[in-house]
Design a protein around this ligand. Structure first.
Ligand code: KDO
Length: 341
């Protein structure tokens, strides 16, 4: 007579076998169970709630989830800001949300897309990125860095954001920023822009900005309104001067090595998914940008227009004849301007 214990053991063993068989069958009929999915990685210094992160996670990834799983490191937890392109180039990372300023560290000519007052708005960024003028830039990044620039993302209009209240420091022209310790991201192109604004730039990683503002290690930073809100910089600053000194962008960067292994259909779908995410993120960021001023004012910050013509004239003057300008391919700035309004 078989004891109860023995019967339970047989039932358990049968159950385990049947469930394993079910999973095996499922993996054969439904790609979403397939163990052979691509394992991709993405690194960004942006937060999980940043509109670009949301766009990539909620729009791009679901469009390729039947053949690819993506692990994401937000807030520079996977790679420090500015090291992502090198990681992709070395085969240690699949994707990042990169910038023209980071690319300019490898290819100085990319500084043209990081120059103050060149891009006019989000639509201009898209026209430029999709224009044939971009082809040599994209090809060089693929051939020499092993990175494919899939789409252009809209980060927004960057403004100067200071700890001091307007009553202590009112900024009308670049001269008013003299001696202001303005945090800018670490690359040369960013530091140059900080100087062109009239300030004394300090290089600092994005994820250290809040503390630096809180402790007074820096006097201010520059980012679009959505970033000021997403990172709560309004808690540790008192004013925003609407300089709009850079209509800023990012590129969805993808490993060329991984790209080349994709099937024709997978390439098409990854490209479509990246474009869909870039479009969704652009509209979302524009919505935020056009709606957050009152929220920021409700937090006690003063937001005001400077002498924009003075800023534009002064910043553009700093680039004429600069080492950066010397690296720009002939005729490209003229072509970029012709694509604007
Ligand atoms: C920043 O460090 O201020 C910056 O805005 C620079 C951008 O190029 C980009 O790296 C951005 O940070 C991150 O995507 C985080 O928003």
């Amino acid at each position: 007579m078989m004891g109860e214990n023995m019967i339970n053991k047989i039932i358990k063993k049968t159950l385990v076998t049947s469930i394993s068989a079910l999973i095996l069958v499922a993996s054969m009929v439904s790609p979403s169970f397939s163990a052979s999915k691509l394992k991709l990685t993405m690194a960004t210094s942006g937060s999980e709630t940043d509109a670009r992160s949301v766009a990539i996670r909620e729009v791009m990834f679901p469009m390729i989830s039947d053949f690819a799983d993506v692990k994401v490191g937000y807030n520079s937890t996977m790679f420090d800001q500015g090291t992502e392109l090198d990681a992709i180039s070395r085969g240690n990372l699949t994707m990042s949300i990169t910038s023209a300023q980071e690319l300019a560290q490898f290819f100085p000519e990319f500084s043209i897309f990081a120059t103050g007052y060149v891009h006019q708005d989000a639509a201009h960024q898209v026209k430029v990125f999709n224009n044939e003028l971009m082809d040599p830039f994209k090809k060089k990044v693929e051939d020499e860095l092993g990175v494919k620039l899939l789409s252009v993302m809209y980060l927004g209009k960057r403004h100067v954001n200071l700890r001091q209240p307007k009553s202590e420091l009112t900024v009308k022209t670049p001269a008013d920023l003299k001696g202001v310790n303005l945090r800018m991201p670490g690359t040369d192109a960013w530091q140059y822009l900080g100087k062109a604004l009239g300030a004394s730039p300090t290089p600092l990683a994005f994820n250290e900005v809040y503390t630096a503002l809180q402790t007074g290690a820096v006097d201010g930073q520059d980012n679009p309104l959505p970033t000021v809100v997403d990172k709560k910089f309004y808690e540790v600053t008192k004013q925003i001067i609407l300089t709009s000194h850079l209509v800023d962008l990012n590129y969805i960067a993808f490993s060329k090595k991984t790209w080349d292994k994709l099937s024709g259909e997978q390439k098409m779908r990854v490209q479509q998914a990246a474009d869909a995410a870039a479009s969704w993120g652009r509209l979302r960021q524009l919505q935020l940008e056009n709606s957050l001023a009152d929220f920021v004012r409700s937090k006690g910050l003063e937001i005001y227009e400077p002498d924009s013509a003075a800023f534009r004239k002064h910043v553009q003057k700093q680039y004429v004849g600069s080492e950066f300008a010397k690296s720009w391919p002939k005729g490209v700035l003229k072509k970029i301007n012709s694509l604007g309004n």
